[in-house]
Design a protein around this ligand. Structure first.
Ligand code: NAP
Length: 411
């Protein structure tokens, strides 16, 4: 192996795509059982590797030199083989640092709440100490200088920035939240180091409360770039790094179309999927197949609440970042839970069509005539606005709409 990642177990990883974007060479995932680690490192049969759980400390005795920041952090996630000598680095630290700089987040004169005290928290602590940042660590296991959750909630509202360095909320357990954010009104910025989902529940609650959010996917790309720079000595411009973040995030994320009935979600969704060579899913069609009847009949026989429950179950099936194009029923926005699932790993586009172009239809239980459409629009407009990442008008030729979507997505 020339370049790659070692760890155990290695689940699904986005690392190959990210590294290959920068190094233009194959990057392999190598799951190493604990008893195979020493032979692998002694053989030194690689040019550069990244190291993940559980070996970030175990690799230390095999290194010839350790970078000063990595030494202070006490964990290694990147090893470079230079003429047979192994050099260790911590690019989590570098990636986090670069992400804060690139997003103009200055933590000086703020009070930071660091949630978690594991491997990546060590990199955070080093960065905070280097910058004289005032921070408090909360963790379920406490030791000196670490508070527990009970103490945290008893302290009250006193933090400005929250950094989540726990896996709580990580895919597939995307419902979980590491803290009760509603108790911390004064927190204005939430940085969640989890990369998948792209938008954690913590980030969604923060966004809904007007807080600034930053997710771990950007850090993942930036730490990978820092490793690639060490592997190859090749520098990339900030523009190239941002292109990588955007390109890979957009490839992974689903594209979810929301909007009024007859706004064109299915037609546009199908055409967009063909254009982008992605799978297309029409949620209403999937539900009709599952019910074995039309939605109108389902409403008539089992009621709207049954339909909404099934719709939520289906929305939860789309938490995987699979790059699908998904057209939703017009009422999907009525339940916050639906949008929470869909937004986790999707970019949401509100397809907005002028009211006079929407038409009533006998098949649609809630929008059978113009008056019903107007009242639905008034009820839902605010929700479409709240949940969308982008609003795209669909009032003319389909090609124009597709082009507008591609423009906002930059794909
Ligand atoms: P780790 O060394 O295993 O540490 C996990 C931390 O989370 C520990 O403090 C642990 O508490 C706490 N924790 C775990 N499960 C918890 C639960 N159910 N409730 C409350 N606390 C819990 O893991 P790590 O390497 O630091 O990684 C932490 C997260 O950061 C992961 O989600 C990882 O994907 C992410 N990360 C992201 C990047 C990136 O580039 N974006 C890089 C590295 C890591 P105890 O001490 O009590 O066990």
């Amino acid at each position: 192996m020339k370049y790659g990642l070692i760890g155990y177990p290695l689940g699904h990883s986005w690392s190959p795509e990210i590294h290959q974007y920068f190094i233009q060479e194959s990057y392999q995932l190598q799951e190493l059982q604990p008893d195979a680690l020493s032979t692998f490192l002694e053989q030194r049969n690689f040019d550069g590797i990244n190291v993940t759980i559980p070996y970030k400390q175990d690799v230390i005795p095999y290194l010839d030199e350790i970078d000063k920041d990595a030494k202070a952090i006490g964990a290694i996630n990147c090893i470079v083989n230079r003429q047979g000598k192994l050099y260790g680095y911590n690019t989590d630290y570098l990636g986090l640092k670069e992400m804060l700089v690139a997003n103009h987040i200055d933590l000086t004169n703020t009070k930071v709440l660091l949630v978690g005290n594991g491997g990546v928290a060590k990199a955070c602590k080093h960065l905070f100490e280097e910058g004289n940042v005032n921070y408090t660590i909360v963790n379920r296991t406490t030791n000196e200088g670490v508070i527990d959750y009970e103490t945290l909630y008893a302290q009250g509202d006193q933090y400005d920035v929250l950094v989540n360095a726990t896996p709580v909320g990580m895919y597939p357990n995307i419902d979980a939240m590491p803290v009760r954010l509603e108790e911390f009104q004064s927190i204005h910025t939430v940085i969640d180091l989890i990369a998948n989902p792209l938008r954690t529940r913590l980030m969604q609650v923060a966004e809904n409360n007007g807080k600034r959010t930053l997710g771990g996917f950007e850090m993942l790309v930036r730490q990978a770039y820092e490793a690639d720079r060490l592997f190859t000595n090749c520098e990339q411009s900030e523009t190239a790094i941002q292109d990588c973040i955007k390109t890979i995030r957009n490839q992974k994320a689903n594209i979810v179309l929301i909007g009024m009935p007859t706004s064109g979600k299915t037609t546009v969704g199908k055409a967009l999927a063909i254009q982008l060579k992605r799978e297309f899913v029409d949620m209403d069609q999937v539900l009709e197949e599952r019910f074995g009847t039309s939605i109108k009949e389902c409403f008539a026989k089992k009621g709207e609440s049954y339909f909404r429950m099934e719709e939520t179950k289906l929305a939860k099936e789309f938490i995987h970042p699979e790059g699908k194009v998904i057209s939703c029923g017009g009422g999907i926005v009525n339940k916050e839970e639906n949008m929470q699932f869909l937004r986790a790993n999707s970019i949401v586009i509100w397809l907005d069509r002028d009211l006079d172009k929407l038409f009533g239809s006998e098949d649609r239980p809630l929008s059978q005539d113009k008056e019903a459409i107007l009242s639905l629009y008034q009820e839902r407009k605010g929700l479409y606005e709240k949940y969308c990442d982008y609003r795209v008008e669909n009032n003319g030729m389909i090609e124009v709409t597709i082009e507008a979507i591609q423009k906002v997505l930059e794909v």
